[in-house]
Structures are given as structure tokens and as C-alpha cells.
Design a protein around this ligand. Structure first.
Ligand code: NA7
Length: 547
């Protein structure tokens, strides 16, 4: 069955409203259809793709290997799609998602260019009222597939409106691209996005000024073409590869480390780190030793290795020193690059340290720091996102008794399993706060959440149950658990977007679940096996497994 079309003046009644048509929303729709449910997806972009629709900046690429950053639910999809590189570019991933949407015939139930502004739970009717500009939609269930890095951190520098050049945020990049040839370009930010974009922009710009507030660690991608024979080999044994990814901490099929960095000699550590650096990728160093994220002394050994690499690449000693990060490696998202540090050896690239000399304002002709004005034709803001909760709270979500989600989360997000929130019945979040989300391969985490939600809905439908809601007790227990395991690591010590530190006024709470994808998956399976432990089903509470 497909979504009913509204007649003028009528409310549309559906089983499930899904917000977002990226990796999560597309697969959710597919599963819902498989259950015979009437579903509709609302997508604010003018096409499907989510993250890969918006982030079209030069150099945009996934930092998870392409063969792992794709759906596994369909053997046909796996066999018929040929990834061409170890790390796929944004256009290739977007083409893949278009292919999936076409192949599964998903588009007829996706309403594009539609911004969901509010979701209100009507308790007597046990329905969610979806406001998205057009006719009101009533849905029995709602699934938020809005993404973790989709609420743009907008530049709020004084004077920006009077800038006479052009400026762009990397996450709202014009589809037609930007011409940097011969221009004086300023890039603000040195996170994963900037680190991908800077080497590409530097090739075309006349002069490139990088305004850096905090240096970051970046691992070489060691990207390469993916020969068809190698891809066929991967696909032929794919189920085992994917099971290994699902059981791992980060959702990638890499064997877990077995030794502490402190129990081996300095020579052995170096050998391990060098091997990781040669392999490349986001886990190049972090998968070497067990205590990388938990023991400061272990972490420092990897930090020193990474800083030494930077000093070995960048010729200017002042620039090299300014590019060396000081935080615990991995506690802010590690970047993956193709020639980032090498780019600073170009004559046309200049590093501006805005920690020592902060940006004051945008002038009509450029950027002014405490020291001087930098004349610019184009400014690129690679300043990130209101991560994890931002896109959820952009929607005015009201649960039982009209309670706003923004109010409930005013001191930080609270959820059960990152999937569900007490007081918000029949509402599910895909890769929400309190789940591994941004600490994992997103597609592996998305598939797990979508399958869990679909199985849960099948369970409810099969038993004629109309309402599911996380209990307060289960939510409290989960929030404590998420905090306890985070506190046992180095993660919360960094001023990262994992703790909301990049957004003024945002509560400083470590948001993702650091226990690992495999452990988390088992937790979710156990909850389901116990008849949805920790949830209230049509008024009957199933006791939580965690006190
Ligand atoms: P990030 O990782 O949040 O990086 C944003 C960068 O912008 C970071 O270097 C920030 O410095 C910098 N920033 C932010 N605001 C300012 C201002 N006002 N002035 C100067 N510099 C600023 O976002 P990305 O888009 O790079 O990456 C996000 C994720 O997307 C990434 O991890 C991948 O998973 C995909 P700061 O560190 O706050 O001092």
C-alpha cells in the first residue's frame, strides 16, 4: 500500500511519517512498505540524499570505506553497484542513493522540498500531527531520520551582510559549484570538512588564507581506485564482512586491538603507528591499542606520533607548530585527508591563527582579525553543525501534555537507547543522542536502527498494540549508563561538538554512546527479545533490564 493522496481540505491519514530522505529515511521507507504500512517521507531538500545532497563542497568524500558505507540489506544492490574508489566522493554517493531510490521505487512516497516545522502528539486520538506547509497529515507513528550533522552552524560574524564578495557555507554549497580561479579565498575552520576542501581550493585559488582556531589531527586517506576484481571479491564474502562491522566498536570490519600501548616497547609502538599511517583512514592510529581512548598516557604516544608527522611534512616551522593539535587524539573527530598538511607548503596558502588573533568582523572587502584585515573575494565557512540534537530541535516537537522536546532536553538530550523519548509515544529517532551514531559507521548504525524500529512496529501490529513509549525509569537508567561509560574515557574532556561545545549556550553533555556498535546492538536486541523491556505498551510497562 502507498500513501493516500490528500483531497483539498482533507487531512491525510497515514501509518508512519518519516522526516528525512537520506540513508536512514530511504531504508526506513523500504522497510515500512515491506510491512504493508502506509508511509510518507518528508524531505526539505529538492532531492533525496541528505548529507550527500547538501555537502557538495570541493573534495567532499566519505571517511569510511565505500564498501562499508553502503546498504547491506539487498544482495542485488550490492552486486549491481560498482564503487570506483576506496573512499567514495560525494557525487558518487549521491548517485548511489539516487540509484537506490529508483531501484526500490521509493520516490512516489517522498515529498521533496517539504520542511517539517512541527510535530504534535494528539493524546486522545493517539496520532502525530505533522505540519509541513501543505495539508495537515495525521500519522500513527513518526520516525525522525533527520541526520546528526544537518543543522548548519550559521556564521554570525558582524558585517557579513555587507561583504561585497561571495560567501558560502560548505553544507549549503551551490549545486553549480564555485569558481575559485585566481581569487583571494578565505576558509574559516579546520575540521573534517575544511581539511578535505582546502587542498582542492588551493589548486585553483590565487591566494588562500586558512583561518584556524583549533588545529586537528588528520590521518592520510591513502585513497586509491578500487579495481573491479577487488570489489567482486569483497561482495562475494560480504555477509561475513558486514557481521564483523556490526560486532565491532566503530561499525567497520577491523579486528579489535588486543594490547595496551603501555605494555609494548617504544619501537613496537612506532612500528604499529607507522603501519596504521601507511594503511590510512580514520582508525589509522586508534585501532592500534586497547587503551587509546581510555588512558591519557597511551593516547599521548599516538598524539606525539601524529605531531611528528605534521612537523615532518610542513616545511615552515612556525606553520608546522601552529598546525600541531594539543587535545587527546580521537576526542574530537579525527579527520581524514588527501594532502592536507602538504598544502601548507604551497606558496599561495597562508595559515592565520585566529586563536591568538581572533576574527573581529567581516568588512566589505574581507575578514578582519585582531591584527589586520585580509582582503578576500570569497569566504568559505567550514564551521560545522549544531550536531546530533540540532536538526531534531529545529522541529517544534510536542509530546504528551504538549511538552516540548526542546524543554525536556534543555539540560541535554535524554533518550532510551537513543531511539525513543519518554513522554513522546510512537516517536522514533534514527541514530539519536544516546546511540553510537557519530562514533560509528553511520550506515551500519542506520540499518540497525531501521531494522529495530521496523521489527518493533511489526510486533505492535501483530498484537494489535497502538502505543509504545519509553518509560521514565528505563530512560533514566540509559542516560546514566551512557554517561558512566563516557566518563570512563577521554572523550568528554575535549571541547568538541560531541559535547555541544561548538554552539554557544548549548548544554555541555557528551551525547553519543561510546560502548561500541556491537555492545549497543546486543542491548537493543535484548530489549526486543524481552518484549520491549523498558517500554510501556498500551499502558502496560515491561520492566527495564537496567535499573
Ligand atoms: P567541525 O568539525 O565542527 O569543524 C568546524 C571548524 O570550524 C572547527 O575547526 C572550528 O574550530 C571552526 N569554527 C567554528 N566556528 C568558528 C568561528 N566562529 N571562528 C573560527 N573558527 C570556527 O565541522 P566539519 O564540517 O568540519 O565536520 C563535521 C563532521 O562532518 C565531521 O566530523 C565529519 O563527520 C562530517 P573549533 O574547533 O571549534 O575551535
Amino acid at each position: 500500500m502507498t500513501a493516500q493522496r490528500a483531497r483539498p481540505g482533507r487531512t491525510v491519514d497515514i501509518d508512519v511519517a518519516v522526516v528525512g530522505a537520506g540513508f536512514a529515511g530511504l531504508y526506513m521507507l523500504h522497510r515500512l512498505r515491506g510491512l504493508g504500512l502506509r508511509a510518507r517521507v518528508f524531505e526539505r531538500g529538492s532531492d533525496v540524499g541528505g548529507t550527500w545532497y547538501w555537502n557538495r563542497y570541493p573534495g567532499a568524500r566519505c571517511d569510511i570505506e565505500s564498501v562499508d558505507y553502503c546498504y547491506s540489506f539487498s544482495g542485488e544492490l550490492l552486486r549491481e553497484w560498482a564503487w570506483t574508489e576506496r573512499y567514495a566522493t560525494q557525487p558518487e554517493i549521491l548517485r548511489y542513493l539516487h540509484h537506490v531510490a529508483g531501484r526500490l521505487g521509493l520516490r512516489r512516497d517522498i515529498q521533496l522540498g517539504t520542511n517539517v516545522t512541527s510535530l504534535r502528539y494528539d493524546e486522545p486520538g493517539n496520532r502525530w500531527l505533522v505540519s509541513a506547509g501543505g495539508e495537515p497529515v495525521l500519522a500513527r507513528h513518526c520516525v525522525l531520520a533527520v541526520g546528526n550533522l544537518s543543522s548548519v552552524n550559521r556564521p554570525d560574524l558582524a558585517g557579513l551582510d555587507d561583504f561585497l564578495g561571495e560567501w558560502h557555507h560548505t553544507a549549503q554549497w551551490p549545486a553549480g559549484g564555485v569558481d575559485f580561479r585566481g581569487k583571494r579565498v578565505g576558509v574559516v575552520g579546520t575540521g573534517s570538512t575544511a581539511i578535505q576542501a582546502i587542498p582542492q581550493i588551493a589548486k585553483h585559488a590565487g591566494e588562500l588564507y586558512v583561518f584556524q582556531r583549533t588545529p586537528n589531527y588528520s590521518m592520510p586517506a591513502q585513497n586509491r581506485p578500487l579495481p573491479p576484481a577487488e570489489l567482486r571479491e569483497v561482495v562475494s564474502s560480504y555477509p561475513a564482512r558486514r557481521r564483523a562491522a556490526e560486532r565491532s566498536d566503530a561499525g567497520v570490519p577491523v579486528p579489535p586491538p588486543v594490547r595496551s600501548a603501555l605494555e609494548v616497547s617504544a619501537e613496537e609502538r612506532r612500528r604499529m603507528y607507522e603501519a596504521g599511517w601507511r594503511r590510512g583512514g580514520i582508525n589509522a592510529l586508534s585501532y592500534a591499542f586497547t587503551d587509546f581512548f581510555t588512558d591519557e598516557r597511551a593516547n599521548v604516544t599516538a598524539q606525539e606520533f601524529a605531531r611528528e608527522k605534521i612537523r615532518g611534512i610542513v616545511r615552515d616551522r612556525w606553520v608546522a607548530a601552529a598546525l600541531c593539535p594539543a587535545h587527546h587524539i580521537g576526542t574530537k573527530r579525527t579527520c581524514v585527508d588527501a594532502g592536507y598538511f602538504e598544502t601548507y607548503n604551497r606558496q599561495n596558502v597562508h595559515l592565520v591563527d585566529v586563536r591568538t588573533s581572533p576574527i573581529r568582523r567581516v568588512t566589505p572587502h574581507g575578514l578582519e582579525t585582531a591584527d589586520r584585515e585580509y582582503p578576500l573575494d570569497t569566504i568559505v565557512f567550514a564551521i560545522g553543525f549544531d550536531a546530533i540534537t540540532g536538526a531534531l530541535l529545529e522541529i517544534d516537537i510536542r509530546g504528551r501534555g504538549g511538552e516540548p522536546l526542546a524543554g525536556k532536553w534543555s539540560h541535554g538530550p535524554r533518550s532510551y537507547l537513543g531511539l525513543s523519548v519518554a513522554g513522546f509515544p510512537n516517536l522514533f529517532i534514527i541514530t539519536g543522542p544516546g546511540s553510537p551514531s557519530v562514533l560509528s559507521n553511520m550506515v551500519v548504525s542506520i540499518e540497525q536502527h531501521v531494522d529495530w524500529i521496523a521489527d518493533c512496529l511489526a510486533y505492535l501490529e501483530g498484537r494489535g498494540l497502538d502505543r509504545i513509549e519509553a518509560s521514565e525509569a528505563a530512560e533514566d537508567g540509559w542516560v546514566r549508563h551512557v554517561n558512566d561509560i563516557a566518563d570512563g574515557t577521554l572523550y568528554p574532556r575535549a571541547a568538541s561538538w560531541y559535547v555541544g561545545a561548538n554552539i554557544p549556550g548549548k548544554p555541555r553533555v557528551f551525547m553519543p554512546y561510546v560502548g561500541g556498535c556491537g555492545t549497543y546492538r546486543r542491548e537493543c536486541e535484548e530489549v526486543a527479545e524481552r518484549g520491549y523491556a523498558g517500554f510501556v505498551l498500551d499502558g502496560t510497562e515491561v520492566p527495564p533490564s537496567r535499573p
